[in-house]
Design a protein around this ligand. Structure first.
Ligand code: SF4
Ligand code: SF4
Length: 416
């Protein structure tokens, strides 16, 4: 049954030079621009329970994943890290590099930066304030400039549809490699105009980036926990450059996605780890579908990054415009219930079509939790409970292990 259109969102075309697109947003899915927020709660949680990078808080499972990756994934990740290292090193100190040009007082650089970023290849470019509320504890004092340029680089369509598998991993990590080099070039352009620019590398995150992309109007948060942008859904890799160049902020947009996800639910139903939640909850002041990390992580580790929630998303597959137009015409979710959208193959388990999910034993989800030192203490407590106080040499061994972990220190650098 046809639906009433509440408003139409106009966005630039997918590639530079493509015509603008218009996305009809049905009345059924109209909520708020961006995401429903309780600002007081956001401020409270970020003050009382500030967030820290997963690379610091989850070191135990980050170490564990290296023991379960297949040989091809492991070799590829190592090669990717080596490729990224000079880019991540340059990003880390990029904020200290002095401008090469002279600023033109009073000139707004928004459109100049946007055009250059689009020319370099980014599909979505937006501007907002770098919201320090979201900065990771370890990066609070690293962020130098207040304006955030949000940049989403599209990942290869065909490789992504082969999720889960190494082909899509090549696309996933390869996109980060291109993006790292592109960010250096965009910074040079900003410096040539007389201003500073600091790259927030995907391998060395400074904060969760999605809230700022939503604030900049580049999409809305999907039930899969990813930014759903209008052209390629979550099939993109995100980077931020902060700058002191004068820019004008974009506004958040209601694409209808916040509500559409509650009707769609394809990712929730298809997640092999049953890690996605049907209902939205208020989490740290935002209304969202909250992913259960401990159910996702083992699947991602053992099945080449998984990503089924990205692959089966109709907005990733077809784009927001065809999906919303189809809903307006028919009242149905484009592709839902078809093998074409929902089917996937899990290595050593076979093909799963709509309504079918793989089964994993409870032990499959047993992974070490928290930091490496917390996991070491948990194992020690378990040993004390089950077998009593161990001999002196085991206690010394424990002390050496702990000292090794402490000497290793914390790092925000990861392997994205
Ligand atoms: S990556 Fe896989 S296991 Fe994790 S939420 Fe997505 S579909 Fe589920
Ligand atoms: S699959 Fe459906 S429910 Fe999941 S993120 Fe995409 S649009 Fe939202």
């Amino acid at each position: 049954m046809p639906k009433v259109v509440h408003h139409v969102v106009k966005r630039p075309g997918r590639k530079l030079g493509d015509p603008d697109i218009e996305i009809p947003v049905p009345e059924d899915f109209t909520t708020v621009p961006g995401i429903p927020l309780r600002e007081k709660d956001v401020a409270f949680y970020n003050r009382e329970y500030p967030i820290e990078s997963q690379t610091i808080e989850k070191t135990a499972d980050r170490e564990w994943v290296m023991t379960v990756y297949g040989p091809e994934e492991k070799a590829f990740r190592q090669q990717h890290m080596a490729t990224m290292k000079p880019l991540v090193d340059s990003a880390f100190t990029s904020g200290d590099v002095e401008p090469t040009g002279t600023p033109d007082p009073g000139k707004d650089l928004t459109e100049e930066i946007r055009s250059k970023a689009r020319e370099l290849g980014w599909g979505e470019v937006g501007f907002t304030k770098f919201d320090r509320k979201y900065a990771y504890v370890s990066k609070k004092h690293w962020v130098k400039y207040e304006h955030a340029i949000c940049l989403a680089l599209e990942q290869d369509y065909h490789q992504t549809q082969q999720i889960p598998g190494m082909e899509s991993e090549y696309a996933h990590f390869g996109t980060y490699e291109y993006q790292g080099a592109m960010a250096l070039e965009l910074c040079d352009t900003i410096r040539a105009s007389g201003y500073h620019a600091q790259i927030h590398s995907a391998n060395d995150n400074s904060s969760p980036y999605i809230p700022m992309f939503v604030a900049a109007g580049l999409g809305q948060l999907g039930a899969n926990g990813q930014l759903l942008s209008p052209h390629f859904g979550s099939r993109s890799r995100l980077a931020i450059i902060t700058t002191d160049a004068p820019v004008t902020y974009d506004e958040p947009v209601d694409y209808g996605i916040h509500s559409f996800c509650q009707t769609c639910q394809v990712c929730v139903n298809r997640c092999p780890g049953r890690a996605l939640t049907k209902e939205k909850v208020w989490w740290r002041g935002a209304e969202k579908n909250k992913l259960v990390y401990e159910r996702c992580r083992p699947v991602m580790a053992k099945y080449e990054g998984c990503g089924v929630c990205m692959k089966v998303c109709p907005i990733q597959r077809y784009g927001a415009k065809p999906v919303m137009e189809h809903y307006v015409e028919t009242g149905e979710v484009l592709g839902k219930g078809t093998d074409n959208l929902e089917g996937y193959t899990i290595q050593d388990k076979g093909y799963f079509g709509p309504g079918q999910l793989p089964h994993f034993d409870r032990e499959f989800f047993d992974i070490p939790h928290g930091t490496k030192e917390e996991a070491l203490f948990e194992a020690f407590k378990d040993r004390l409970t089950k077998e009593g106080v161990p001999p002196a040499e085991e206690l010394v061994d424990l002390a050496f292990k702990l000292k090794n972990i402490l000497d290793g220190g914390d790092t925000t650098r990861g392997d994205e």
